[in-house]
Ligand binder design. Sequence first.
Ligand code: FES
Length: 127
Amino acid sequence: MKAMSMYTEKVMDHFMHPRNMGEISDADGVGRVGNPICGDVMYVYIKVKDDRLADIKFKTMGCASAIATSSIITEMARGKTLDEALKITRDDVAKELGGLPPIKMHCSNLAADALKKAIEDYRSRKK
Ligand code: FES
């Protein structure tokens, strides 16, 4: 119980009930990042329509914070233009969750980085 209490309710909610988990088989862009600190891996899949994120899903093999941050970033990014989505920072993600324990801040890097990579992937495919 003690370990759980370092997390806000919102983190626990997104960890226990992740939103938009899964894969988009015909994704327009895919971002993959690994966390060098812990070895966890995350994938973000996006569908783009009229320069907006029409759909976004994630697959995360990682800790509770990594799953919660990926879940919430899908909600934050959906419907945004690509440029708006690129502006979502690690801090935005942590803030949206009501904060993360300091030793878990590195976990929030994954979600923001994976989203950026997915958008870069989409843009490079279009060229
Ligand atoms: Fe690996 Fe959190 S411990 S992402």
